[in-house]
Write a protein that binds this ligand. Structure first.
Ligand SMILES: Cc1cc2nc3c(=O)[nH]c(=O)nc-3n(C[C@H](O)[C@H](O)[C@H](O)COP(=O)(O)OP(=O)(O)OC[C@H]3O[C@@H](n4cnc5c(N)ncnc54)[C@H](O)[C@@H]3O)c2cc1C
Length: 413
């Protein structure tokens, strides 16, 4: 895996994180304010090019290096981790499902930081079940007319481009083939940015509702060559983006752990630093171990996503590992950040210190881009499928005939 890691980009991300992100993290969190200064620093440092293919103005460094940047930023502020990564989430539909002329139009401006983008899949009634969208995208002449509302749009309002998913074939509502994706640009008639959410964590990045009322875009904006490809694009996008959420969680865990271990080396109770009390020392040991285990899984899952882009036969493995990495890293982050607050004692509960913010920022990673229940569903389906290739073990486990009385077997036959 080391050969895939670009250590220079990690250093660059760390410099932005320490010089610009950490000093402003608390202020942006309190005010729930978009960190424009951080965005400028990210653009100037060229980090917004990381995941965009070279042909379209990017660095083409793939998922592993995207994760490195997200981890470093999240180590200083979990909100900035997603404020950066959401641009990858929003642009993957173009990268994975767009035509060449569409990529040429939209991607270079995202790579150079001129334009921000977001991903508009979820609706009030369609969260985990993303195939149940109600937003309509209807063909009229040479245009598509969009009608409907989107919920929980990260980057809503600050983004210039929106990857919007909706139903182009109402006869098939509820089925993946009904769904298509279009790009809508901010300022298009009939497209309104709605309510801004007041959030528990990741407060520096806006999450808003989007309203479409007879909003018309050129048919050229439909991603791909034909209608009905939207669900596949959305699912492949989520596979590519999940290691990024996992890296955000990993960075939150690492950041909170560093504060906790430093605090434990300085805070004295009963005549000695609290790290010398075995309960705290062992807790820090477990935190460090789980973070390292999460790190290996996150980077291996990102490596698998990159590998599957070159070799489609690895797609199933990449899908499973992306879910596992997200599941494990985000559960680890929630546990580590909560224990970090515990190690800080009463100080941990106070907003005067940065540690409680990590816990608030970490929580969302278990929910968005597929809740962890949905990740378990994905992994369990792979496990069930893989069990069919383990027939050679049957000779060592109880046979089903031993469990069912003969009479019942006869009745059933
Ligand atoms: C801060 C924030 C930012 C977001 N950003 C975006 C964004 O940029 N773009 C976007 O499109 N979406 C975004 N989302 C939406 C997010 O992806 C959804 O909230 C998430 O997928 C869950 O959907 P839901 O909230 O409707 O919950 P529901 O799907 O209603 O789920 C409620 C509960 O039921 C569980 N559940 C549901 N189905 C099953 C099942 N089959 N088996 C077991 N348990 C199940 C869930 O795990 C959850 O615990 C964001 C959400 C938040 C809160």
């Amino acid at each position: 895996m080391l050969d895939k890691i670009n250590f220079e980009i990690k250093e660059r991300a760390r410099a932005v994180a320490e010089e610009v992100v950490r000093p402003l993290a608390s202020e942006h969190d309190k005010k729930q304010e978009y960190p424009w200064k951080v965005k400028e620093a990210l653009a100037e440092s060229g980090l917004l090019k990381t995941w965009i293919p070279k042909e379209y103005g990017g660095d083409g460094l793939g998922s592993v290096n995207l994760c490195l940047v997200v981890e470093e930023l999240s180590r200083a502020c979990g909100g900035v981790g997603v404020m950066f990564a959401v641009n990858a989430l929003g642009s993957y539909p173009i990268i994975l499902g767009g035509r060449q002329d569409q990529k040429e139009k939209w991607l270079p401006k995202i790579a150079n930081g001129e334009k921000l983008i977001s991903f508009a899949l979820s609706e009030k009634l369609a969260g985990s079940n993303a195939s149940d969208l109600k937003t309509l995208i209807s063909k009229k002449g040479e245009e598509y007319i969009i009608n409907g509302d989107k919920k929980w749009n990260t980057n809503g309002g600050v983004a210039h481009y929106y990857s919007v998913f909706g139903v182009t074939n109402p006869n098939q509502v509820g089925k993946p083939s009904a769904i298509s994706a279009v790009i809508v640009e901010k300022g298009t008639d009939g497209f309104e940015i709605g309510k801004e959410e007041d959030k528990m964590g990741i407060r520096c990045v806006p999450v808003r509702e989007l309203y479409f009322r007879n909003c018309s875009v050129p048919e050229w904006n439909l991603l791909g060559e034909s209608e009905g490809k939207g669900f596949k694009i959305a699912m492949e996008t989520l596979d590519h983006a999940r290691p990024g959420v996992a890296a955000q969680a990993l960075g939150c865990a690492q950041g909170a752990f560093e504060y906790a271990s430093r605090f434990a080396s300085r805070r004295r109770q009963f005549g000695q630093p609290i790290q010398n009390h075995q309960a705290i020392g062992f807790l820090l040991a477990d935190m460090s171990t789980r973070i390292e285990a999460a790190r290996q899984l996150v980077y291996e899952s990102a490596r698998m996503i990159d590998a599957a882009d070159k070799d489609p036969s690895l797609k199933a493995k990449a899908n499973k590992m992306a879910a596992q990495g997200k599941l494990f890293a985000t559960d680890t982050a929630m546990w580590v950040t909560t224990e970090a607050v515990q190690i800080f004692g009463g100080y941990g509960f106070m907003k005067d210190y940065p540690v409680e913010k990590y816990m608030r920022d970490a929580k969302i990673t278990q929910i968005y881009e597929g809740t962890n229940q949905i990740q378990r569903l994905v992994v369990s389906r792979h496990v069930a499928r893989e069990a069919t290739s383990l027939k050679f073990l049957d000779q060592f486990i109880p046979s089903i005939d031993q469990w069912i009385p003969d009479e019942l077997l006869k009745e059933g036959s």
